[in-house]
Unconditional design. Structure first.
Length: 239
């Protein structure tokens, strides 16, 4: 049996669990909306839109993993690093919602589950991993790219574990939870490598040209030096 955490279809998780996940996802989105208002400004708001478009496009591209299995970018870590955890999670959640409603990519009853796994979990995990690595290694382009790789890589198997938890609670299949765990984590460790590479290359490219647009390092960049001049007052001359 092939198990896929990305875009859970209708009926894979029972109705009560899906309904609870929908409520949790709605609360998460509400929190993100409130937090995004504080994070976004005239400069970062357009970037959040571009990030959502980029993630949407990249999720349409699958790359082979192993044994006929393919994966695609989740984008939560990437979005969180570029525009902050609140706006990042919100951007990916909007992408998942659009895909479910307009393209039938994932079941309608499972939208809450998919938003939690691919939007909220990946953004939160990616953000904290990135910030932890940056705190340890400092700020430089290689360090930022390494931290972005780690964030993208770790966020994917954690997302898979979130699915395993949901399957353990309300899965309708007959496959044992242990088997699902091994399959999911194994495959998504490989998918995480692709996620990490894409995240590192994208964040590295933005950091190279406009480091101020990488929200994950905005508070660690050197402060601009402001030079002030005072008027020269000559003796015997009244200004």
């Amino acid at each position: 049996m092939h198990v896929e955490a990305m875009h859970i279809p209708d009926g894979f998780i029972n109705a009560p669990t899906s309904a609870i996940a929908g409520v949790i996802a709605a609360i998460g989105i509400a929190i993100c909306l409130r937090g995004a208002r504080k994070q976004l400004d005239e400069k970062t708001a357009p970037l959040a839109g571009l990030v959502a478009v980029f993630v949407f496009a990249m999720q349409m591209i699958n790359f082979p993993v192993a044994a006929g299995t393919s994966g695609h970018l989740l984008g939560g870590a990437l979005a969180a690093i570029l525009v902050g955890p609140y706006a990042g999670a919100l951007a990916v959640s909007v992408v998942i919602l659009v895909q479910g409603l307009l393209f039938a990519d994932g079941g309608l009853s499972a939208i809450g589950l998919n938003i939690i796994n691919m939007g909220l979990v990946t953004a939160v995990v990616g953000w904290f991993v990135f910030r932890a690595v940056i705190k340890m290694v400092g700020i430089s382009r290689p360090a930022v790219m390494g931290a972005a790789f780690a964030a993208g890589f770790v966020s994917v198997p954690i997302s898979a574990l979130a699915f395993v938890l949901e399957y353990a609670i309300g899965g309708t299949g007959t496959v044992p939870v242990g088997t699902v765990t091994v399959a999911m984590v194994g495959v998504h460790l490989l998918i995480g490598l692709g996620e990490g590479i894409i995240t590192a290359l994208t964040v590295g490219a933005v950091y190279l040209t406009r480091p101020d647009l990488v929200y994950g390092v905005h508070d660690r960049l050197p402060k601009p030096v402001v030079i002030t001049t005072s008027p020269v007052v000559q003796k015997g001359v009244t200004p």
